[in-house]
Design a binder for this molecule. Structure first.
Ligand SMILES: [Cu+2]
Length: 401
Protein backbone atom coordinates (compact mmCIF):
# COMPACT_ATOMS: atom_id res chain seq x y z
CA UNK A 1 0.00 0.00 0.00
CA UNK A 2 2.88 2.32 0.75
CA UNK A 3 4.19 2.13 -2.79
CA UNK A 4 0.83 2.82 -4.26
CA UNK A 5 0.45 5.70 -1.89
CA UNK A 6 3.68 7.37 -2.92
CA UNK A 7 3.01 6.67 -6.53
CA UNK A 8 -0.17 8.62 -6.23
CA UNK A 9 1.63 11.58 -4.72
CA UNK A 10 4.42 11.38 -7.29
CA UNK A 11 1.92 11.37 -10.11
CA UNK A 12 0.41 14.46 -8.65
CA UNK A 13 3.83 16.05 -8.48
CA UNK A 14 4.64 15.19 -12.09
CA UNK A 15 1.34 16.60 -13.26
CA UNK A 16 2.02 19.82 -11.37
CA UNK A 17 5.49 20.02 -12.90
CA UNK A 18 4.15 19.53 -16.39
CA UNK A 19 1.74 22.37 -15.79
CA UNK A 20 4.50 24.67 -14.66
CA UNK A 21 7.07 23.50 -17.15
CA UNK A 22 9.59 23.10 -14.34
CA UNK A 23 11.92 20.27 -13.43
CA UNK A 24 12.19 19.53 -9.71
CA UNK A 25 13.05 16.40 -7.85
CA UNK A 26 9.89 14.80 -6.57
CA UNK A 27 9.54 15.09 -2.83
CA UNK A 28 6.59 15.59 -0.54
CA UNK A 29 7.61 19.13 0.40
CA UNK A 30 8.13 20.27 -3.16
CA UNK A 31 4.86 18.58 -3.94
CA UNK A 32 3.15 20.81 -1.49
CA UNK A 33 4.99 23.92 -2.46
CA UNK A 34 3.86 23.17 -5.99
CA UNK A 35 0.33 23.14 -4.67
CA UNK A 36 0.99 26.50 -3.05
CA UNK A 37 2.35 28.05 -6.23
CA UNK A 38 -0.41 26.59 -8.29
CA UNK A 39 -2.91 27.81 -5.76
CA UNK A 40 -2.09 31.40 -6.65
CA UNK A 41 -2.64 30.81 -10.31
CA UNK A 42 -5.71 28.83 -9.40
CA UNK A 43 -7.08 31.81 -7.53
CA UNK A 44 -6.58 33.99 -10.57
CA UNK A 45 -8.04 31.41 -12.90
CA UNK A 46 -10.90 30.87 -10.51
CA UNK A 47 -11.68 34.56 -10.43
CA UNK A 48 -11.81 34.62 -14.21
CA UNK A 49 -14.05 31.63 -14.48
CA UNK A 50 -16.29 33.04 -11.81
CA UNK A 51 -16.84 36.16 -13.80
CA UNK A 52 -18.78 34.29 -16.48
CA UNK A 53 -21.63 32.81 -14.46
CA UNK A 54 -21.75 35.81 -12.16
CA UNK A 55 -24.53 37.47 -14.06
CA UNK A 56 -26.67 34.36 -13.97
CA UNK A 57 -27.03 33.72 -10.28
CA UNK A 58 -28.99 36.67 -8.96
CA UNK A 59 -30.65 35.51 -5.78
CA UNK A 60 -33.83 37.24 -4.89
CA UNK A 61 -34.14 36.97 -1.13
CA UNK A 62 -31.01 38.69 -0.09
CA UNK A 63 -30.85 41.15 -2.87
CA UNK A 64 -34.01 42.54 -1.33
CA UNK A 65 -32.60 42.49 2.17
CA UNK A 66 -29.32 43.78 0.85
CA UNK A 67 -31.17 46.59 -0.87
CA UNK A 68 -32.21 47.99 2.44
CA UNK A 69 -28.77 47.53 3.91
CA UNK A 70 -27.48 50.75 2.35
CA UNK A 71 -24.06 49.39 1.56
CA UNK A 72 -22.55 49.18 5.02
CA UNK A 73 -21.60 46.26 7.17
CA UNK A 74 -24.46 46.99 9.51
CA UNK A 75 -25.08 45.30 12.77
CA UNK A 76 -28.10 46.22 14.82
CA UNK A 77 -30.20 46.69 11.71
CA UNK A 78 -33.57 45.40 12.72
CA UNK A 79 -35.18 46.27 9.43
CA UNK A 80 -32.95 44.85 6.76
CA UNK A 81 -33.83 41.33 5.87
CA UNK A 82 -36.58 40.81 8.40
CA UNK A 83 -39.49 40.83 6.01
CA UNK A 84 -41.06 37.78 4.46
CA UNK A 85 -37.78 35.90 4.43
CA UNK A 86 -37.48 36.01 8.19
CA UNK A 87 -40.99 34.80 8.77
CA UNK A 88 -40.76 31.95 6.30
CA UNK A 89 -37.43 30.83 7.72
CA UNK A 90 -38.92 30.77 11.19
CA UNK A 91 -41.86 28.75 10.00
CA UNK A 92 -39.62 26.19 8.39
CA UNK A 93 -37.39 25.92 11.41
CA UNK A 94 -40.37 25.60 13.70
CA UNK A 95 -41.21 22.44 11.81
CA UNK A 96 -38.02 21.01 13.30
CA UNK A 97 -36.21 20.50 10.03
CA UNK A 98 -33.41 22.80 11.03
CA UNK A 99 -30.63 20.32 10.52
CA UNK A 100 -31.89 18.85 7.30
CA UNK A 101 -33.65 21.73 5.62
CA UNK A 102 -32.95 21.30 1.94
CA UNK A 103 -35.87 23.11 0.38
CA UNK A 104 -35.05 25.08 -2.70
CA UNK A 105 -35.77 28.52 -1.35
CA UNK A 106 -33.36 31.21 -2.45
CA UNK A 107 -30.56 31.68 -0.02
CA UNK A 108 -29.13 35.01 -1.03
CA UNK A 109 -25.50 35.79 -1.27
CA UNK A 110 -24.76 38.76 0.94
CA UNK A 111 -26.87 39.96 3.81
CA UNK A 112 -24.88 43.14 4.24
CA UNK A 113 -23.39 44.30 0.96
CA UNK A 114 -19.63 44.75 1.30
CA UNK A 115 -17.79 47.87 0.22
CA UNK A 116 -14.42 48.58 -1.32
CA UNK A 117 -13.32 49.88 2.06
CA UNK A 118 -14.13 46.47 3.53
CA UNK A 119 -11.83 44.83 1.01
CA UNK A 120 -9.02 47.23 1.79
CA UNK A 121 -9.30 47.25 5.56
CA UNK A 122 -9.99 43.58 6.26
CA UNK A 123 -6.69 42.06 7.31
CA UNK A 124 -5.59 38.44 6.94
CA UNK A 125 -4.70 36.40 9.98
CA UNK A 126 -3.88 32.76 10.46
CA UNK A 127 -6.52 30.73 12.28
CA UNK A 128 -4.87 29.28 15.38
CA UNK A 129 -5.06 25.47 15.05
CA UNK A 130 -3.92 24.58 18.60
CA UNK A 131 -6.67 23.08 20.75
CA UNK A 132 -7.38 25.62 23.52
CA UNK A 133 -7.07 24.24 27.08
CA UNK A 134 -10.18 22.92 28.77
CA UNK A 135 -11.40 24.94 31.72
CA UNK A 136 -11.62 23.32 35.15
CA UNK A 137 -15.25 24.35 35.43
CA UNK A 138 -17.97 21.83 34.77
CA UNK A 139 -20.44 24.45 33.55
CA UNK A 140 -19.44 26.58 30.59
CA UNK A 141 -21.28 29.83 29.98
CA UNK A 142 -20.91 30.67 26.30
CA UNK A 143 -22.23 33.95 24.89
CA UNK A 144 -21.72 34.35 21.18
CA UNK A 145 -22.75 36.96 18.67
CA UNK A 146 -23.68 36.36 15.06
CA UNK A 147 -22.28 38.94 12.68
CA UNK A 148 -22.27 39.33 8.92
CA UNK A 149 -18.98 40.86 7.88
CA UNK A 150 -16.08 40.59 5.44
CA UNK A 151 -13.39 38.02 6.25
CA UNK A 152 -10.07 37.86 4.41
CA UNK A 153 -9.37 34.19 3.72
CA UNK A 154 -6.16 34.76 1.76
CA UNK A 155 -3.94 37.64 0.73
CA UNK A 156 -6.00 37.94 -2.44
CA UNK A 157 -9.50 37.14 -1.30
CA UNK A 158 -12.09 38.73 0.98
CA UNK A 159 -15.50 37.11 1.36
CA UNK A 160 -18.81 38.52 2.61
CA UNK A 161 -19.26 36.03 5.43
CA UNK A 162 -21.92 35.14 7.94
CA UNK A 163 -20.13 34.27 11.18
CA UNK A 164 -20.19 33.19 14.78
CA UNK A 165 -18.03 35.73 16.64
CA UNK A 166 -16.78 37.31 13.43
CA UNK A 167 -14.61 34.35 12.43
CA UNK A 168 -14.52 31.42 9.98
CA UNK A 169 -14.64 28.89 11.51
CA UNK A 170 -16.23 30.12 14.71
CA UNK A 171 -14.33 29.69 18.00
CA UNK A 172 -13.28 26.22 19.19
CA UNK A 173 -15.22 25.12 22.26
CA UNK A 174 -13.44 22.64 24.54
CA UNK A 175 -15.29 20.82 27.32
CA UNK A 176 -15.31 17.43 29.04
CA UNK A 177 -17.82 14.63 28.88
CA UNK A 178 -20.62 15.37 31.32
CA UNK A 179 -20.00 19.12 31.33
CA UNK A 180 -22.90 21.50 30.96
CA UNK A 181 -22.90 24.17 28.27
CA UNK A 182 -25.13 27.18 28.91
CA UNK A 183 -25.26 28.78 25.50
CA UNK A 184 -26.63 32.15 24.43
CA UNK A 185 -26.54 33.46 20.88
CA UNK A 186 -27.40 37.02 19.95
CA UNK A 187 -28.14 37.81 16.34
CA UNK A 188 -26.42 41.08 15.35
CA UNK A 189 -26.79 40.33 11.67
CA UNK A 190 -29.34 41.45 9.15
CA UNK A 191 -31.06 38.12 8.53
CA UNK A 192 -32.24 35.24 10.77
CA UNK A 193 -29.77 32.68 12.13
CA UNK A 194 -29.59 29.82 14.65
CA UNK A 195 -27.23 27.35 16.33
CA UNK A 196 -27.08 23.55 16.13
CA UNK A 197 -24.52 21.76 18.33
CA UNK A 198 -23.84 18.20 17.20
CA UNK A 199 -22.40 17.54 20.68
CA UNK A 200 -25.88 18.00 22.19
CA UNK A 201 -28.93 15.82 22.47
CA UNK A 202 -31.83 18.20 22.66
CA UNK A 203 -35.16 19.04 21.03
CA UNK A 204 -34.05 20.98 17.94
CA UNK A 205 -37.42 22.66 17.58
CA UNK A 206 -36.81 24.40 20.89
CA UNK A 207 -33.04 24.82 21.06
CA UNK A 208 -32.04 25.23 17.42
CA UNK A 209 -34.82 27.60 16.44
CA UNK A 210 -34.10 30.59 14.28
CA UNK A 211 -33.51 34.00 15.86
CA UNK A 212 -34.35 37.21 14.05
CA UNK A 213 -31.94 40.15 14.05
CA UNK A 214 -31.62 41.93 17.36
CA UNK A 215 -32.83 38.95 19.40
CA UNK A 216 -31.15 36.19 21.39
CA UNK A 217 -31.71 32.54 22.18
CA UNK A 218 -30.43 30.53 25.14
CA UNK A 219 -30.36 26.80 25.74
CA UNK A 220 -28.44 24.35 27.91
CA UNK A 221 -27.09 20.89 27.13
CA UNK A 222 -24.76 18.28 28.61
CA UNK A 223 -22.02 16.83 26.47
CA UNK A 224 -22.84 13.14 26.73
CA UNK A 225 -20.16 11.69 24.46
CA UNK A 226 -16.51 12.59 23.95
CA UNK A 227 -15.19 13.33 20.50
CA UNK A 228 -14.86 16.00 17.82
CA UNK A 229 -18.19 17.55 16.93
CA UNK A 230 -19.44 20.15 14.50
CA UNK A 231 -21.65 23.11 15.28
CA UNK A 232 -23.39 25.22 12.68
CA UNK A 233 -26.22 27.56 11.88
CA UNK A 234 -29.27 25.46 11.08
CA UNK A 235 -31.46 28.12 9.53
CA UNK A 236 -32.88 27.18 6.16
CA UNK A 237 -31.47 26.78 3.67
CA UNK A 238 -28.82 25.14 5.82
CA UNK A 239 -26.60 24.72 2.76
CA UNK A 240 -26.37 28.50 2.41
CA UNK A 241 -25.78 29.22 6.09
CA UNK A 242 -23.06 26.59 6.50
CA UNK A 243 -21.65 27.45 3.08
CA UNK A 244 -21.34 31.12 4.06
CA UNK A 245 -19.20 30.47 7.12
CA UNK A 246 -21.45 29.56 10.04
CA UNK A 247 -19.72 26.51 11.50
CA UNK A 248 -17.05 25.40 13.92
CA UNK A 249 -15.86 22.67 16.29
CA UNK A 250 -16.67 21.62 19.83
CA UNK A 251 -14.18 19.15 21.30
CA UNK A 252 -15.36 16.94 24.17
CA UNK A 253 -12.69 15.19 26.27
CA UNK A 254 -13.31 11.79 27.85
CA UNK A 255 -13.33 11.67 31.69
CA UNK A 256 -9.90 10.05 31.71
CA UNK A 257 -7.73 12.25 29.53
CA UNK A 258 -6.18 10.77 26.43
CA UNK A 259 -2.37 10.44 26.52
CA UNK A 260 -0.53 13.78 26.42
CA UNK A 261 -0.16 15.07 22.87
CA UNK A 262 0.28 18.09 20.66
CA UNK A 263 -3.38 18.69 19.87
CA UNK A 264 -4.74 20.52 16.83
CA UNK A 265 -8.21 21.26 15.56
CA UNK A 266 -8.77 21.24 11.81
CA UNK A 267 -12.18 22.28 10.53
CA UNK A 268 -12.52 21.31 6.89
CA UNK A 269 -14.91 23.18 4.60
CA UNK A 270 -15.69 24.41 1.10
CA UNK A 271 -16.13 27.85 -0.48
CA UNK A 272 -18.45 28.57 -3.40
CA UNK A 273 -18.00 32.15 -4.52
CA UNK A 274 -18.72 34.76 -7.16
CA UNK A 275 -17.44 38.30 -7.54
CA UNK A 276 -19.20 40.93 -5.48
CA UNK A 277 -19.19 44.66 -4.95
CA UNK A 278 -16.05 46.47 -3.92
CA UNK A 279 -13.73 43.54 -4.59
CA UNK A 280 -15.37 41.38 -1.92
CA UNK A 281 -16.52 37.97 -3.13
CA UNK A 282 -19.97 36.79 -2.17
CA UNK A 283 -21.24 33.28 -1.65
CA UNK A 284 -23.04 31.60 -4.51
CA UNK A 285 -25.97 29.38 -3.55
CA UNK A 286 -26.46 28.10 -7.09
CA UNK A 287 -22.83 27.03 -7.18
CA UNK A 288 -23.21 25.29 -3.81
CA UNK A 289 -25.88 23.17 -5.45
CA UNK A 290 -23.48 22.24 -8.26
CA UNK A 291 -21.09 20.73 -5.66
CA UNK A 292 -18.00 22.20 -7.35
CA UNK A 293 -16.25 24.41 -4.78
CA UNK A 294 -13.73 27.13 -5.63
CA UNK A 295 -11.69 26.47 -2.49
CA UNK A 296 -11.49 23.64 0.01
CA UNK A 297 -9.80 24.55 3.25
CA UNK A 298 -8.67 23.70 6.73
CA UNK A 299 -9.76 26.32 9.27
CA UNK A 300 -11.25 28.66 6.74
CA UNK A 301 -8.24 29.65 4.64
CA UNK A 302 -6.81 27.87 1.61
CA UNK A 303 -3.28 26.60 2.26
CA UNK A 304 -2.69 28.79 5.33
CA UNK A 305 -0.50 26.17 7.06
CA UNK A 306 1.85 26.03 4.09
CA UNK A 307 2.83 29.59 4.89
CA UNK A 308 2.92 29.06 8.65
CA UNK A 309 3.15 25.32 9.38
CA UNK A 310 1.89 23.43 12.39
CA UNK A 311 4.80 22.31 14.57
CA UNK A 312 5.68 19.36 16.82
CA UNK A 313 8.86 17.67 18.05
CA UNK A 314 10.22 14.18 17.65
CA UNK A 315 8.72 12.05 20.40
CA UNK A 316 5.41 13.92 20.47
CA UNK A 317 2.11 12.20 20.02
CA UNK A 318 0.21 14.38 17.56
CA UNK A 319 -3.56 14.45 17.75
CA UNK A 320 -5.76 16.02 15.10
CA UNK A 321 -9.40 16.70 15.82
CA UNK A 322 -10.78 16.83 12.30
CA UNK A 323 -14.28 18.23 11.95
CA UNK A 324 -15.74 18.39 8.48
CA UNK A 325 -18.20 21.25 8.12
CA UNK A 326 -18.72 20.54 4.42
CA UNK A 327 -21.30 21.63 3.54
CA UNK A 328 -21.13 18.71 1.10
CA UNK A 329 -17.87 16.86 0.44
CA UNK A 330 -15.97 14.33 2.57
CA UNK A 331 -12.43 14.94 3.82
CA UNK A 332 -10.08 12.01 3.11
CA UNK A 333 -7.64 12.95 5.87
CA UNK A 334 -4.06 11.80 5.37
CA UNK A 335 -0.57 12.78 6.51
CA UNK A 336 2.00 12.26 3.76
CA UNK A 337 4.88 10.11 4.98
CA UNK A 338 3.11 8.94 8.11
CA UNK A 339 0.48 6.49 9.30
CA UNK A 340 -2.09 7.02 12.01
CA UNK A 341 -1.49 4.94 15.08
CA UNK A 342 -5.14 5.38 16.02
CA UNK A 343 -8.26 6.84 14.51
CA UNK A 344 -11.27 7.26 16.78
CA UNK A 345 -14.36 7.18 14.62
CA UNK A 346 -16.57 7.76 17.63
CA UNK A 347 -16.06 8.35 21.33
CA UNK A 348 -12.42 8.11 22.40
CA UNK A 349 -10.81 6.11 23.92
CA UNK A 350 -13.15 3.33 22.87
CA UNK A 351 -12.38 1.03 19.93
CA UNK A 352 -9.93 2.98 17.82
CA UNK A 353 -8.95 1.54 14.50
CA UNK A 354 -5.19 1.23 14.11
CA UNK A 355 -2.59 1.48 11.39
CA UNK A 356 -4.63 3.77 9.20
CA UNK A 357 -3.32 5.62 6.15
CA UNK A 358 -6.40 7.68 5.23
CA UNK A 359 -9.92 7.97 6.56
CA UNK A 360 -12.92 9.87 5.27
CA UNK A 361 -14.53 12.33 7.64
CA UNK A 362 -18.05 12.88 6.32
CA UNK A 363 -19.66 16.28 6.01
CA UNK A 364 -21.22 16.94 9.39
CA UNK A 365 -18.83 14.53 11.12
CA UNK A 366 -15.73 14.65 13.27
CA UNK A 367 -12.98 12.16 14.10
CA UNK A 368 -9.80 12.05 16.13
CA UNK A 369 -6.54 11.10 14.39
CA UNK A 370 -3.35 10.27 16.30
CA UNK A 371 0.15 9.39 15.28
CA UNK A 372 3.56 9.18 16.94
CA UNK A 373 5.99 11.75 15.59
CA UNK A 374 9.12 9.61 15.75
CA UNK A 375 10.60 10.93 12.50
CA UNK A 376 11.73 14.51 11.92
CA UNK A 377 10.68 16.21 8.73
CA UNK A 378 8.01 18.19 6.96
CA UNK A 379 4.81 16.22 6.65
CA UNK A 380 1.99 17.54 4.48
CA UNK A 381 -1.50 16.88 5.78
CA UNK A 382 -4.10 16.81 3.06
CA UNK A 383 -7.54 15.95 1.89
CA UNK A 384 -6.33 13.03 -0.22
CA UNK A 385 -9.29 13.55 -2.49
CA UNK A 386 -6.78 15.58 -4.44
CA UNK A 387 -9.24 17.59 -6.43
CA UNK A 388 -9.98 19.10 -3.03
CA UNK A 389 -6.40 19.08 -1.78
CA UNK A 390 -5.39 21.05 -4.85
CA UNK A 391 -8.03 23.64 -4.03
CA UNK A 392 -6.47 24.43 -0.68
CA UNK A 393 -7.13 21.56 1.75
CA UNK A 394 -3.43 21.11 2.46
CA UNK A 395 -1.01 22.14 5.17
CA UNK A 396 2.38 21.29 6.62
CA UNK A 397 3.26 19.68 9.93
CA UNK A 398 6.92 20.32 10.74
CA UNK A 399 8.39 17.79 13.17
CA UNK A 400 11.59 19.20 14.64
CA UNK A 401 14.39 17.00 15.98
CU1 LIG B 1 -27.22 31.47 9.74
Amino acid sequence: MGDAEHMTDSQSERAAERDRGKGQSPAPLSDLLAVKQDRRSFLRAGALSLALPAAVGALAACSSSGGSGAGTAASDSTEAGTGGGAGSALDRNASSRADTGVHAGPGGSSATPPTQRDAQTTAFHRYEPTLPPVSGQRTHKVNWTVRELPVRISKDLVVAAWTFEGEIPGPVLHVRQGDTVEFTMTNRGAIPHSMDFHASQIDPKVAFKTVVPGESISFTFRARYPGAFMYHCGTAPVLMHIGTGMYGAIIVDPPTPLPPAKEFVLVHSEYYLKPGAGGVSVFDYDKMLTLLPDHVVFNGRPGQYLDEPIRARVGDRVRFYVVNAGPTHPCAFHVVGEQFDRVYLGAPPETPIRGVQTFNVPAGGGMVFEYLADIAGEFPFVNHGFGHGQKGAVGLLVVEP
